[in-house]
Ligand binder design. Structure first.
Ligand code: AHM
Ligand code: MG
Length: 320
């Protein structure tokens, strides 16, 4: 019989790969593991909570106000990270400013607690994306400098996909591993060891509604995808589109336009963590001219164009 390895066991086993103190990674990832399970539970009952229980008066059975799922997820991740003590501050897509914990923790976290928000209410896959950095400032409080580190400084990055099954995928810079939640026992188990992405693929993912706003180079790449009869697949949840392409081979693009030259996606919460994962899996990520991981951020909610996925496809997409 095949052996079963839980995420907790796996993290402990691989602790030596983590550059900093043994045990720290395991504590850091525990918050995401736990929060992921709790968000998963909420996501799965979202329809019930909103339409059935909520219809009775917008309060749940405990008499609590129904919270929007992205707010719920944000609060939950922050609560767990705060109580766990390794992290001194968090930058979240949901908060305007840095959230400080004032606990002397040696790490900072950036996260998009629930990505794909337009899909939450319509039963389509959504995800959580996170990055962990070693703190570089030395004062009482974390500073902007801790968050303005390039993606190459990430010590770990991961995502959780709440899909037909729930998976947690992460890297510490020593390959990518994926864990599927067994809901019957509430445990993430290693299901996708050493994930790699094909150098080429047949899938292109882009919001083609924006086609006429893209540069000539991007349009001609998309035209080429069609001529080659590639498959167009666009869920509109970055984590889900990314995950599928990682597994099957493909490219995800969110290019800039004349009106929005930096596109829509955020460098700290979306592009950097997925860029670290894709590179660890053998793929590439660029903003069209610069490797994503080499960009030094200048603001928390900075946006950047994103071309990410199978290496040869990313090269071809940004060639012109
Ligand atoms: P969000 O962080 O507000 O959810 O926005 C990010 C999402 C990505 O998950 C997705 O790939 C993209 O926005 C879709 O945008 P669009 O609807 O413009 O194609
Ligand atoms: Mg997002």
């Amino acid at each position: 019989m095949a052996t079963i390895k839980t995420l907790a066991e796996f993290i402990t086993e691989r602790q030596h790969e983590f550059t900093y103190a043994t045990g720290e990674l395991s504590q850091l990832l525990t918050s995401f593991r736990l929060a992921g399970k709790m968000v998963n539970r909420e996501v799965n009952k979202a329809g019930l909570a909103e339409d059935i229980i909520g219809a009775a008066g917008q309060e749940n059975v405990q008499g609590e106000q129904q919270q929007k799922l992205d707010v719920y997820a944000n609060d939950l991740f922050i609560r767990l990270l705060r109580s766990q003590g390794m992290v001194c501050a968090v930058a979240s897509e949901e908060n305007d400013d840095i959230v400080h914990f004032d606990n002397g923790g040696k790490y900072v976290v950036t996260m998009d607690p629930l990505d794909g928000s337009s899909n939450i209410d319509v039963n389509v896959s959504i995800g959580t994306i996170f990055s962990i950095y070693r703190r570089v400032s030395t004062g009482d409080k974390a500073t902007m400098a801790d968050f303005m580190q390039p993606g190459t400084a990430q010590v770990a990055a991961g995502y959780i996909i709440y899909g037909s099954s729930t998976m947690l995928v992460y890297t510490t810079g020593h390959g990518v591993n994926g864990f599927t939640l067994d809901p019957s026992i509430g445990t993430f188990c290693l299901s996708h060891p050493n994930m790699t992405t094909p150098a080429d693929g047949k899938i292109y993912s882009v919001n083609e509604g924006n086609y006429y706003d893209f540069s000539e180079g991007v349009r001609s790449y998309i035209d080429g995808c069609k001529k080659q009869k590639m498959s167009a697949r666009y869920i509109g949840s970055l984590v889900a589109d990314f995950h599928r392409n990682l597994m099957k081979g493909g490219i995800y693009m969110y290019p800039g336009t004349q009106k929005a030259p930096k596109g829509k996606l955020r460098l700290l919460y979306e592009a950097n963590p997925l860029a670290m994962i894709v590179e660890q899996a053998g793929g590439k990520a660029t903003d069209g001219t610069t490797r994503i991981l080499d960009i030094t951020p200048t603001e928390l909610h900075q946006r950047c164009p994103l071309f990410i996925g199978s290496g040869n496809m990313v090269d071809a997409a940004v060639k012109n």
